[in-house]
Design a protein around this ligand. Structure first.
Ligand SMILES: [Zn+2]
Length: 463
């Protein structure tokens, strides 16, 4: 069953620390998301992190070309790395946003379920059906317990089998091997968490029958224990978080903080406050100004209009910055005709916003007292950037995260305007496609948009 679900998961590459190059699914454009590589490279590189120049946040292309055939190398280098050092995230592919939903997992499990006569699967006794139906667990945590029970997390005991330099001992107590049951139940520190939590669970000492699986299965047997189970899931999660902070950030284990975190998570996910189901707001047209022309801001504001365009295997974007008089201060085009993905339109729009925000950041460094507004005609992308609780397509995750980080850091505004008011950026994006061009113009612009720029300026004078 683990393999079945694995077909539907893919790692989002952050810093690559958690992803095993050879075993894990992590290359979205390759069927099965896994790479084979050249045999000679299997002992040379292990984690995806090995393939990244971390200081520059880019791929080590020389190494990648050395270790993979051309097809795989290109597919890897197509993965966009986020600008900041982020953790890797395991995404669930059955939904467009990449987050796991219980419904989609349940559907998959149901379709793939072994027949009742099949007892080959060691987890067949676990009450997955009941488990997936439980509401009020954060989707991430819901999937996490599934991964824990299926030994699909990177514990040291597992890593040590593949990487000789890994110390298999528990990072919390350093006394025993880090296995699932040790880390989440039997470790002396973790026992204190279970006992100190509202569940007040006493973990028996040398009972080999008492496992994480049996504990959760027991809770799953009766709906009256579901609330306890939910808190149990939150405890598992916070143990994992604490463990990772100890491993990666040299923190000391903090029992009280772990219990508090678990209670916090549990409270946050009562069905009424569950934000994971918030959909993008539908900004209907009567909420926007009636004018169909581009509008400048006041004299202290620079407005940057962005738009995306697409063609076969191609995404492009146009970016134009103007002052309150409609003078062009800067314009840029983005062009990529080796694009692979599923939704070119939204990715082109997202690229446009990122380029626009990057331009704003550069200009802001020169003129720190100026305000910047980045405008485009994709309601969806505007909502994704402005509200990070929204469910967005997983394939453009790194672009959107970079957008929202630049926006927040510099206090820029990102807003929606109707398409007709965005005609100059639109023309520029089309220009990028027809001329196959990524370029930049300072205080000028390609002549093909001159008419559009003049039209927008005229609109200011008319007003
Ligand atoms: Zn331990």
């Amino acid at each position: 069953m683990r393999d079945v679900l694995n077909e539907h998961t893919c790692w989002y590459v952050g810093n690559g620390m958690q992803i095993n190059i050879w075993r894990d699914p992590w290359v979205p454009s390759i069927p099965g998301f896994r790479v084979e590589g050249l045999i000679s490279s299997h002992n040379r590189i292990h984690r995806v992190a090995d393939l990244i120049h971390h200081s520059q946040r880019c791929w080590n292309t020389t190494l990648i070309c050395d270790c993979f055939n051309e097809f795989e190398a290109n597919a890897i280098m197509k993965i966009r790395l986020p600008c900041s050092d982020e953790k890797d995230v395991l995404l669930w592919m059955q939904t467009t946003n990449g987050d796991f939903t219980t419904k989609s997992a349940y559907r998959t499990l149901h379709q793939m379920e072994p027949s009742s006569s099949s007892t080959s699967n060691t987890n067949s006794k676990f009450r997955w059906k009941s488990y997936w139906k439980i509401k009020g667990i954060s989707p991430r945590i819901h999937l996490f317990l599934w991964r824990v029970i299926n030994h699909a997390i990177a514990l040291r005991s597992v890593l040590a089998r593949h990487i000789s330099t890994v110390d298999p001992s528990c990072p919390l107590c350093q006394k025993e091997i880090e296995t699932t049951d040790h880390l989440f139940l039997k470790c002396e520190l973790v026992r204190k968490i279970w006992f100190g939590s509202p569940i007040s669970l006493r973990i028996p000492d040398n009972d080999t029958e008492f496992t994480l699986e049996s504990l959760f299965n027991c809770w799953l047997a009766s709906p009256s224990s579901y609330e306890v189970l939910k808190l149990g899931c939150a405890i598992i999660w916070s143990i994992w978080k604490m463990r990772n902070r100890c491993v990666f950030e040299n923190f000391k284990p903090d029992i009280r903080a772990s219990i508090q975190m678990a209670i916090h998570i549990y409270n946050d996910h009562s069905p009424s406050s569950d934000l994971s189901h918030v959909e993008a707001p539908d900004i209907t047209d009567h909420n926007v100004p009636l004018t169909q022309r581009w509008n400048p801001h006041d004299a202290t504001t620079v407005k940057i209009n962005v738009d995306g365009a697409t063609a076969t295997r191609t995404i492009a974007a146009g970016i134009i910055a103007r002052n309150h008089l409609g003078d062009v201060m800067n314009c840029r085009t983005y062009f990529d005709n080796t694009w692979i993905g599923v939704d070119a339109a939204i990715e082109a729009e997202a690229r446009g916003f990122l380029k626009g925000l990057e331009l704003a950041r550069e200009m802001h460094a020169q003129q720190p007292n100026t305000r910047f507004v980045i405008e485009g005609d994709s309601k969806k992308v505007v909502s994704y950037i402005n509200d990070d609780r929204l469910i967005y397509p997983w394939r453009i995750r790194s672009i959107l995260q970079d957008c929202s980080s630049i926006k927040k850091t510099h206090g820029f505004l990102v807003s929606f305007i109707p398409r007709l008011e965005n005609s100059t950026a639109h023309a520029l994006a089309k220009f990028a496609i027809s001329n196959k061009l990524s370029s930049s113009w300072m205080a000028s612009h390609p002549t093909c948009i001159s008419e559009s720029v003049l039209f927008d300026r005229q609109a200011i004078i008319d007003d």
